[in-house]
Design a protein around this ligand. Structure first.
Ligand SMILES: [Zn+2]
Length: 324
């Protein structure tokens, strides 16, 4: 069973992604998780009501009614894997949430008016509601078993802050990939959680051209990329994510990271904050891509500069920034 249809399987095309349509990525989902964690853990589900788009709530097991099965269950823990939010319940159930493009999870007092494009309301024992609104209807909440969560976990690459992501391991993975570095970083099987915004920002920060061949990066460059990814994500989490149009935290507040972006969304007149050159927009792997043509040149140092081992331990200091 396909848990979460791709946007293009829903009739959307990747080219429709614009600045306004940017999808929630790791920092946005983590922002949602942290707020929900404080509001729902330990609370049981008293009622589930679904609007006129029933497909918003699905189950991985055939023959069960997800709304009925949720009744009486208690939220025990919240987790995040890549861009997926995983709300753990008692009795071995999990609610996996993918916000997709315009999905929003809000936490409101029971009886508050419906949110924009509301499709689902979950009434909790503390008289709060989890509401799910989604203008474009790509977002899904899926009632899943622990096996399904494990399967999702195996399908995704390591988290960007995980110790498994280090210069040695990432260099090895990239060495097997002849494609462009931007596409590699967008691949959720390589690193989970990055999308168009934070890949562009990370490549700018590490001064790597988005079209560089993945297997041409030196180990020093890979170290820069990892540091940049963690820096960019940590900043965005601190600022509760990037809001261009629809992203809101569960209190209905916008993230403030948009004002801190260096390249994403700044093509069409934006100048590089480092060197003053006009930023350029190109399309890489079907995705609009903004970079500085002076700071991010496409030179390709020989691959034999990559040493066998590296002793980069900087990630240890950064790990505490996220994830429990
Ligand atoms: Zn520049």
């Amino acid at each position: 069973m396909v848990l979460f249809p791709r946007a293009d399987q829903c009739g959307a095309h990747r080219d429709i992604h614009t600045r306004r349509d940017s999808m929630p990525e790791l920092p946005e989902v983590e922002t949602v998780r942290r707020i929900l964690d404080a509001g729902i853990v330990g609370e049981s589900i008293r009622d589930v009501s679904i609007g006129d788009f029933p497909a918003v709530l699905a189950a991985t097991l055939d023959g069960i009614d997800p709304a009925q099965t949720l009744m009486g269950r208690t939220f025990t823990e919240t987790a995040r894997r890549g861009k997926y939010l995983v709300l753990n319940l008692d009795a071995g159930w999990h609610l996996i949430v993918h916000l997709r493009m315009t999905g929003r999870l809000l936490l409101l007092p029971a009886g508050a008016p419906a949110v924009r494009f509301e499709h689902l309301a979950i009434r909790l024992g503390n008289d709060m509601d989890i509401r799910f609104g989604d203008q474009r209807k790509f977002g899904r909440l899926v009632l899943a078993t622990t096996n399904d969560v494990d399967r999702l976990d195996r399908k995704l690459g390591p988290e960007p802050f995980a110790a498994e992501i280090n210069a040695t391991s990432l260099s090895r993975s990239l060495a097997r990939r002849p494609g462009k570095i931007k596409n590699a970083l967008l691949d959720q099987r390589l690193i989970a959680g990055l999308g168009n915004i934070y890949v562009d920002e990370s490549l700018y920060r590490s001064r790597i051209h988005p079209e560089r061949a993945s297997n041409s990066l030196t180990i020093e460059e890979v170290k820069r990329v990892i540091r940049a990814i963690r820096h960019v994500l940590n900043g965005a989490i601190e600022r509760q994510g990037t809001t261009f149009s629809s992203f809101e935290n569960p209190y209905g507040e916008q993230g403030t990271n948009a004002g801190f972006l260096r390249v994403y969304g700044r093509s069409g007149g934006g100048l590089c904050f480092r060197c003053g050159a006009a930023l350029q927009r190109i399309v890489v792997g079907g995705r609009g891509t903004t970079f500085c043509p002076r700071c991010q040149v496409i030179g390709t140092p020989p691959i034999d500069q990559v040493p066998e081992h590296d002793d980069d331990t900087s990630f240890v200091l950064l790990q505490d920034g996220i994830d429990r």
